[in-house]
Design a binder for this molecule. Structure first.
Ligand code: HPA
Length: 279
């Protein structure tokens, strides 16, 4: 079963090469309402997930469902425009398939973005939060399975899962001060109860969502340096008067898209200079 899984990842790598995605330095996963960034890539192309074995088409509004590749800020990039979630009923292997394929293609850096609910007081709708660390509360781990090899170790360190230098690039490129904090990744798809949000706050979470953590674990296994940005779309349950709604989440994420794009441009620009020094 594990052999099949890596065989499928290799097939996806080959399909991406055949589509023209060759040799990206940076991989991105663009979350709910945040996919527009990939439309700004130049001299590239795309490949729809439904052309790929092992990767289901996202069933969530606001998630496109294709790889987009090309150049951005002077660097070769590939992005997943829309991601696959556990809560759609997919396996953990399917959830991280795209990240593994982009890693197999040669990406050295993974940029993950998501929509999240703000728990810390200062994280209000429209704010961006750099992910400094995470709580994996999904009950799953993509590294669980029968086979561990030298290239795919089982016991992967998650200290500094979010790369300090990339965080610094993001801070330096930002127009003003940027929040940073801990992202709690839950299974979903129901939003949290107010009691769960109070619990998460006591556990050290600043923001909460239903993605990202499994992708980062899979990327760390392959040695990719990771950076994560949460777009805060709402105050988490019980912290504001309003009832949570997926349409609102998408609308706020899309409105924050320009700021997120500027932040990502800054990170890619700094990375381009760094990578130029060691091609
Ligand atoms: N909880 C979980 N996931 C989310 C939220 C939230 O409040 N907002 C956007 N994604």
């Amino acid at each position: 079963m594990n052999d099949d899984l890596w065989h499928d990842v290799e097939r996806t790598r080959q399909a991406l090469i055949a589509a023209g995605a060759g040799a990206p330095r940076v991989a991105l996963v663009l979350g709910s309402g945040l996919g527009a960034y990939a439309d700004t890539f130049t001299s590239g192309g795309s490949l729809a997930y439904d052309r790929i074995v092992g990767l289901p088409k996202p069933s969530v509004a606001g998630h496109g469902g294709r790889f987009v590749f090309g150049e951005k800020a002077g660097i070769r990039v590939i992005a997943m425009q829309g991601r696959v979630h556990l809560y759609e009923g997919h396996s953990v292997e399917q959830v991280v398939h795209g990240v593994r394929a982009m890693g197999a293609l040669g990406a050295e850096v993974l940029v993950v973005t998501n929509a999240a609910g703000g728990i810390a007081e200062h994280l209000t709708p429209g704010e961006l939060m750099l992910i400094e660390d995470h709580l994996n509360l999904t009950g799953h781990n993509p590294l669980a399975g029968p086979v561990a090899t030298a290239e795919r170790p089982r016991f992967v360190s998650m200290e500094q899962a979010y790369d300090r230098q990339l965080l610094e690039f993001a801070r330096r490129g930002a127009a003003g001060p940027l929040h940073a904090g801990v992202y709690a990744g839950l299974l979903g798809p129901s939003y949290e109860t107010p009691a769960e949000v109070r619990m998460l706050g006591r556990l050290g979470a600043d923001a909460v969502g239903m993605s990202t953590v499994l992708e980062v674990i899979a990327a760390r296994q392959l040695g990719l340096r990771c950076i994560g940005v949460s777009c805060i779309t709402n105050r988490a349950a019980g912290l504001a008067g309003a009832v949570l709604d997926h349409d609102d989440v998408q609308a706020v994420a899309a409105a924050a898209g320009a700021r997120l794009g500027a932040l990502l441009d800054g990170v890619l620009g700094a990375l381009a200079s760094e990578l130029e020094a060691r091609p």
